[in-house]
Ligand binder design. Sequence first.
Ligand code: HEM
Length: 263
Amino acid sequence: MALAKTMERNGKKTPSQRVSEIVDKTQGSQAWNSIFRPGSVFRKGYTDSPRNRSYVVMNSVLYHLHPVKVKRHAVKVSYTLCLGGLSFFLFILLTITGIFLMFFYRPTAAQAWNDIYTLQTSVTFGLLVRNMHRWAAHLMVLTVFLHMARVFYHGAYKPPREFNWVIGVILLTLTLLLSFTGYLLPWDQLSLWAVTVGTNMMGYTPVFGDQVRFVLLGGKEIGTDTLLRWYVLHVLFVPFVTVIFLAIHFWRVRKDGGISGPL
Ligand code: HEM
């Protein structure tokens, strides 16, 4: 105490005063720190310094999904046209509208068509949500294809991104599979014949053709077993696998140093 008083009298700062000055500089003013103390929303205070900006991103559950630093060209809409982002947005929209449709749809040959009809005519927002699901599905095929074309045009498939290109090809296949399996579910003439033609073509697979066709149809010809099989593929299996590959895809974009640069 005596030392501190002597130092104050001589106009010098005590060691603890110097420490709190440093803390203020790195973590913001004491007023901010008393509000945003550890355990609060901004754990490292709110001073606008490069270090604190990084902490805000790293310490938040939602923000930490984003990289701390993003290259300037990567946020230019004209570079990616946001096509990958749009594909992902449509995937989320399809999931939400799809869950809504599941409340009103039963995958049996006797009920499927009637359920869709009732959904459109008697359920509040039924027609709207069904059309949103249909249009989003068509659009997603388009945006994924355009995204692939954009990636190709920028040469972004070259090292170090060749692995992510392969993941992308798998995602394209999964997107097409989601689209095709969903096509059967309304159980109308269009769906029945599209799937008959599709599975007949797969029947020409070398060596295992008959087995492949049998597995896909759940029997020798298209029927209620086929519908149940494709329903489970459409609402559960393919989306689940897609989510896994999307996670790998996004993780790779980060690991490969963010979006590729302009040529
Ligand atoms: C469900 C489908 C897909 C989704 C949701 C998706 C999503 C994304 C997103 C959000 C990005 C960040 C940059 C951007 O928006 O362009 C990206 C980058 C990338 N995607 Fe996809 N993608 C999909 C399919 C594909 C396909 C089909 C390919 C290629 C065959 C592909 C290859 C790549 C590559 C190589 C990158 C890095 C691009 C760069 O660094 O410039 N993706 N993807």
